[in-house]
Design a protein around this ligand. Structure first.
Ligand SMILES: *Cc1c(COP(=O)(O)O)cnc(C)c1O
Length: 399
């Protein structure tokens, strides 16, 4: 049986993958079972920011797996402390709670916010509320999809956890108007990824920071996709010079090979987690810690943040020029650009299929936006190769 047919037979159809069966990846390149090589401009939603099979990540993966991998945190393992020290240092936070997937780290942030609200701010127990943004994406647990505005994420999955208030993204006044004495936190993505790489107006994060200070509310940023160099800074919030009270990271932290996520905050907030309050069998295991630590070193030593800023500006300029008649907007920061296809200029998914035929793998988000997010390790020559292919596809679409 054909492997795609087999997969359709036995794997839940909660995704609709392109009919391309990949067999190996190296750097920015993905090769299918027929031997066709394509440029990865999707990077596993930023999980593969270091490219496929980064030699330093593979070395650590192999060495640490042979030595010690999973023990649970019932015992100490050497790699965890140094990893989290490095993570806290690059993030400007004091302590971290390690988890595996992004959604788990978001759940950790929600628990931290609620516990802080009840035990520090003095909100009556069970009443803490969290303000979120319309069109957010924070993962797929029942609590998280409960405050999503996307019908397909929610349909039939209720009842949902209460305690969330959603306000328009980019509107600090709306967030302030939603604050009540029971508000513990504002939880947002500094740039909304799944919504279509939506960049808020300048000053939005700084305004949220100020109103959180004013109302004694925690500002928690989900940088699972925007963090670790994707936007041309270590974290997207650094574009506005704000420091969040809580920070959520994941995706690229796993070096493209392993799920590694974390919630970071101050000692003051993190001390609210004592033994028994929260946990994860795999979270913070020796293998995860060694890989996460190496991923941070690679980003730093290969200057991937700077590369994202430089090549991102270049990519955006060229994409803007080549999509002139087709795009209603080209937006983003660093190597993270959304091209919004204008109304009546065709279907984003159809263009994505044509790009794949031309040798560039990407993915639409919602119906109208095509995302371009190559690994941050991409070279200028590789990027040029991809952009030329994009140009040929967009040129034939021009009206
Ligand atoms: C991908 C993503 C998540 C969820 O991460 P998972 O590892 O899929 O659970 C949460 N928040 C943001 C902003 C994301 O992009």
């Amino acid at each position: 049986m054909n492997a795609i047919v087999l997969e359709r037979e036995v794997c839940a159809q909660n995704y609709a993958p392109m009919p391309i069966m990949l067999s190996h990846g190296e750097g920015v390149w993905l090769t299918d079972v027929a031997g066709v090589r394509r440029l990865d401009m999707m990077s596993g939603y930023s999980a593969v920011s270091l490219g496929h099979g980064h030699p330093r990540i593979l070395k650590v993966l192999n060495e640490q797996a042979k030595r010690l991998a999973v023990t649970s945190r019932a015992f100490h393992a050497e790699p965890l402390g140094p990893f989290l020290a490095k993570l806290c240092a690059v993030a400007g936070q004091e302590m971290a709670l390690p988890m595996n997937t992004g959604a788990e780290a978001v759940e950790t942030a929600i628990k931290a916010a609620r516990r802080w609200g009840h035990k520090v701010k003095g909100i009556p127990d069970g009443r803490a509320r969290i303000i979120v943004a319309d069109n957010n994406f924070h993962g797929r647990t029942t609590t998280i999809v409960g405050f999503s505005s996307e019908a397909s994420y929610r349909d039939g999955f209720g009842p949902f956890a209460p305690g969330f208030d959603s306000v328009p993204f980019g509107d600090a006044a709306a967030a302030e108007a939603a604050i009540t004495p029971d508000t513990a936190a504002i939880l947002i993505e500094p740039i909304q990824g799944e919504a279509g790489i939506v960049v808020p107006p300048d000053g939005y994060l700084a305004a949220l920071r100020a109103l959180c200070d004013r109302h004694d509310v925690l500002l928690i940023l989900d940088e699972i996709q925007s963090g670790l160099g994707r936007t041309g800074r270590w974290f997207a919030h650094q574009h506005e010079g704000v420091t969040p009270d809580g920070l959520i990271v994941g995706k690229a932290l796993g070096g493209g090979v392993y799920p590694v996520s974390a919630f970071l905050s101050s000692r003051r907030v993190m001390q609210l987690f004592g033994p028994g309050s929260h946990g994860s069998t795999f979270g913070g295991n020796a293998l995860a810690a060694a890989i996460g630590h190496e991923a941070l070193r690679v980003i730093e030593e290969e200057r991937l943040v700077e590369r994202s800023a430089e090549l991102g500006a270049y990519m955006r300029e060229r994409l803007t020029a080549m999509t002139g008649g087709l795009a209603s907007e080209v937006r983003g920061r660093g190597l993270w650009i959304g091209v919004e296809i204008a109304e009546g200029a065709g279907d984003a998914s159809e263009i994505v299929a044509r790009l794949a035929d031309a040798g560039v793998l990407t993915k639409e988000t919602h119906e109208r936006t095509i995302r371009f997010a190559p690994p941050l390790t991409i070279s200028r020559e590789e990027l040029d190769w991809g952009l030329e292919r994009c140009e040929s596809v967009f040129a034939t679409r021009e009206r």
